[in-house]
Design a protein around this ligand. Structure first.
Ligand code: UDP
Ligand code: MG
Length: 330
């Protein structure tokens, strides 16, 4: 893995935020300059249809720290984060929204926690005024489910203001709308996660890009997430268990019916439960074979990409260096 060449990378996804950008940039610059560390600001223009790209270009003329990645079309916030992570050179990668809802003043506190040895520090927006039914309830359910699956409880997984260690930003692969679940995914590589209360400001310009449909999308993503977290390396455990249960039930029904037919001479033509038995047995065979296919997909996933099934934090001692040289010269 490459090594970071800077201290801090700020990653900002931008979609139609022309009015907010100059203010945010000034706030960021003030905070980052005061830290006295090397940094870059990566703004990802996610196919904006307003002046955002032009505003960014103007800012980059006065600020050499600003890097602009202009995506060809609108790919969504998660993809924008991914583009930023791929390009980032900082030992700590900090994500922040472009709309000014996160306050850069909170960044030093995130960094202070990172310095304590955490791999992810997440912002936690306190006293948010969001509707109970459409926003707060689903997010509480999501947090509970994630905690159950990963042992990591975040009060506010949706907060964009987060700091990631370089290894985390470079390792997680993001799909769909899953940026809010990075800490959960990263839990599989064994991360230490902390939370820091941060400010939540109202949007000054423009309006939010997401509506009620997000609740459904997040719900479905959670489904994927819990599957991947629990069964990615062993899908047969899930499909096989369902297969065994349906097969067991179906088998019992059929054995019972066979007993009725053979020993008591009962006619089975008017027993609907016969169909249930047959259905369950067929389902069971399907589930078992589905599990086998999923096992093969898992192996393809890991082996085709040379992905190990473990993640190393560090290797201590010199012994391995020689071995590594040998391996490279092979
Ligand atoms: N965003 C993006 N691509 C999109 C939608 C949003 O890059 O397709 C950016 C947007 O510019 C903002 C951040 O993602 O910086 C969060 O978006 P928004 O404020 O609409 O979400 P909310 O704060 O309401 O959750
Ligand atoms: Mg916002």
């Amino acid at each position: 893995m490459r090594k970071p060449t800077l201290d801090i990378s700020i990653v900002i996804p931008v979609f139609n935020e022309a009015e907010s950008l100059p203010g945010l940039h000034a706030e960021l610059e003030a905070v980052l300059k005061s830290l006295g560390q090397s940094y870059e600001i990566i703004a990802i223009d996610d196919g904006s249809r307003d002046n955002s790209l032009k505003v960014l270009k103007n800012l980059s003329e006065i600020d050499p720290h600003l890097v602009i990645i202009s995506l060809r079309r609108n790919f969504g916030q998660t993809a924008a984060f991914a583009a930023g992570f791929d390009r980032a050179c900082g030992a700590i990668v900090i994500t922040i929204d472009a709309d000014g809802q996160n306050d850069p003043v909170d960044i030093p506190r995130l960094l202070a926690r990172m310095a304590e040895g955490y791999d992810i520090v997440s912002g936690w927006r306190q006293n948010r005024k969001e509707p109970m039914l459409t926003r707060r309830l689903p997010s509480a359910a999501a947090n509970w489910l994630i905690a159950r699956n990963t042992g990591i409880y975040l009060h506010d997984s949706g907060c964009s203001l987060k700091a990631y260690a370089w290894e985390v930003a470079k390792t997680v692969r993001l799909y769909g709308d899953m940026h809010r679940f990075i800490p959960a995914f990263a839990s599989s590589m064994g991360v230490r996660v902390a939370e820091v209360p941060v400010k939540d400001r109202a949007r000054k310009f423009g309006k939010s890009h997401v509506g009620f449909s997000r609740t459904f999308r997040v719900f479905l993503d959670l489904f994927t997430l819990s599957f991947l977290l629990s069964f990615q390396g062993k899908p047969m455990r899930l499909f096989g268990s369902v297969g065994l249960v349906t097969g067991g039930l179906g088998g019992l029904i059929l054995v019972y019916l066979a007993y009725l037919k053979i020993f008591l001479g009962v006619h089975l033509s008017d027993r609907p439960v016969l169909w249930l038995g047959i259905l369950l047995v067929i389902l069971s065979v399907q589930f078992l074979f589905f599990g086998l296919i999923a096992e093969m997909v898992t192996r393809t996933y890991h082996e085709s990409q040379g992905k190990a099934i473990y993640v190393v934090r560090e290797i201590i001692g010199r012994g391995q260096e020689d071995c590594e040289k040998e391996r490279l010269s092979e």
